[in-house]
Design a protein around this ligand. Structure first.
Ligand code: LLP
Length: 438
């Protein structure tokens, strides 16, 4: 998948662009996003869900990677958008994204964020807790609006993934617990609030999930619950959002299923359960983030210092690290990489890739097979499209890299590189410090 090749110079080419040229033109570190690849993933989702099962919708979880141009791509591909903050919503509004296709998530939406979303007439609020129900109901009342909501449920499913990105288990900050009656109480409360319109239920069991049985299980549990809610309240639940989390390939051992298989299992399970319980098939919504952009992104770095500790390890440092990719430090995430200007050379050396932040934990990759490297070489780390730019920080006052969109030999800047001036633009110097600085 995607459009990665090696050209006659032995350089890695993405989207028809020579990555060594990209590094020269735009500088490093640089996030390179393969537009064709993103669109292929969007199409795979659209065709496997909405195309094959018209009563379903795919919404892109923008937390994975968001920029205004990304909203434009998502809109063109016919997907909806999941936002979790005023900032993500603001970006979508700047892109003039169709607001009816926006879902607003989050376990602690502020009154300002709620107002902003109501003002924009977004499609759905995914309400996390009863505090939010009251808040949303009262703000909607003040604004003379009705809010269409889904209620987030914690279904008690433990998916096998890193504990920081597991979310479906009972002991979670998200959602109302299904098993102890908390969810049913919340649903009844929402039904009694005059400015809320209950459309459906939501659950999300975690991220980077490979086992499709976890999704099947979640669909079964939620369908059974929908039947129970209807039986107990007399209200039909017409929408079921099963969250995101579909896993992708990062490194050896990762074996994701196809999007098509995922869709088939989810949709068939929902339909089978609807028949079993003799209820209407709800509209099914899924919210993939990582599986749309993750593998479509590559980060280019310039190699600097090389430190060999004979018999121990060879450290090769790059001009970025945990500030542009915190995932190895945070989740022990593993990545693959290659030397972009030596992509055709035999890998006869083994090195460990260090970042440039002042922390021993800032290591991007351990024990990577590479050709003989030297300062100035370009390292390309693959599958960095999700949760890299979006989780980037200014730690050590590093400037955030630029993002470039490549497609058929064209490279377009979609996020410019931060400057030092950007770093200090919000700093305010109290007058008393200015006196002696003439
Ligand atoms: N829907 C909800 C409610 C979510 O919480 C998430 C991710 C998604 C959808 C999208 O999940 P995806 O398809 O991207 O797996 N920073 C972590 C991942 C955190 C995921 C948070 N929620 C990482 O870098 O692995």
């Amino acid at each position: 998948q995607g459009t990665m090749t090696v050209n006659e110079k032995g350089h890695l080419v993405i989207g028809g662009c020579d990555t060594v040229e990209l590094a020269r033109e735009f500088g490093t570190p640089l996030y390179v996003m393969d537009e064709e690849f993103i669109r292929q993933n969007c199409k795979a989702y659209y065709e496997s869900f909405t195309g094959a099962y018209p009563n379903s919708e795919v919404i892109y979880a923008s937390k994975a990677f968001l920029a205004i141009a990304m909203c434009n791509i998502i809109e063109e591909e016919g997907l909806g958008l999941d936002v979790v903050s005023g900032g993500e919503l603001y970006t979508a509004l700047k892109a003039k994204f169709p607001t009816g296709r926006i879902y607003f998530h989050g376990n602690n939406k502020s009154p300002e964020e709620i107002r902003m979303a109501l003002e924009a007439n977004i499609g759905r609020f995914v309400v996390d807790n009863t505090y939010e129900m009251d808040l949303l109901n009262s703000i909607a009342g003040e604004m003379n609006k009705k809010a269409n909501i889904l209620i987030r449920i914690t279904p008690g499913i433990e998916a096998h993934t890193h504990e920081y990105i597991q979310t479906g288990q009972i002991d979670s900050k998200f959602g109302l617990v299904l098993s102890n009656g908390q969810a049913m109480e919340g649903i009844k409360k929402a039904l009694g609030l005059e400015n809320l319109i209950l459309k459906g239920l939501h659950c999300h069991i975690g991220s980077q999930i490979f086992e499709l049985q976890s999704y099947q299980h979640a669909a079964e549990v939620m369908m059974e619950y929908i039947q129970k809610v209807t039986a107990e309240t007399g209200v039909e639940i017409t929408e079921l959002n099963l969250g995101g989390g579909f896993g992708i390939y990062y490194s050896a051992g990762d074996r994701p299923a196809s999007i098509k298989t995922y869709a088939t299992i989810v949709m068939e399970t929902v339909q089978r359960k609807a028949r079993e319980f003799n209820i209407n098939v709800p509209k099914v919504i899924v919210e993939p983030g990582r599986s749309i952009v993750g593998a479509a992104g590559t980060t280019l770095y310039t190699i600097g210092s090389v430190k060999d500790i004979p018999g121990v390890r060879k450290y090769v440092a790059v001009d970025g690290g945990m500030a542009d990719n915190p995932r190895p430090a945070l989740y022990q995430a593993r990545y693959e990489a290659l030397v972009a200007n030596k992509a055709d050379q035999p890998k006869n050396d083994e090195v460990s890739i260090a970042g440039k932040c002042c922390e021993s934990g800032d290591m991007l990759i351990w024990d990577l097979a590479v050709p003989e490297v030297e300062p100035g070489d370009i390292l390309a780390v693959s599958c960095t499209g999700a949760y890299n730019y979006s989780m980037a920080s200014n730690y050590n006052r590093l400037t955030k890299p630029a993002v470039v969109l490549v497609n058929r030999g064209n490279a377009e800047l979609i996020v410019r590189r931060e400057t030092y001036e950007d770093l200090v633009q919000n700093d305010i110097v109290p007058e008393r410090f200015k006196k002696n600085k003439k």
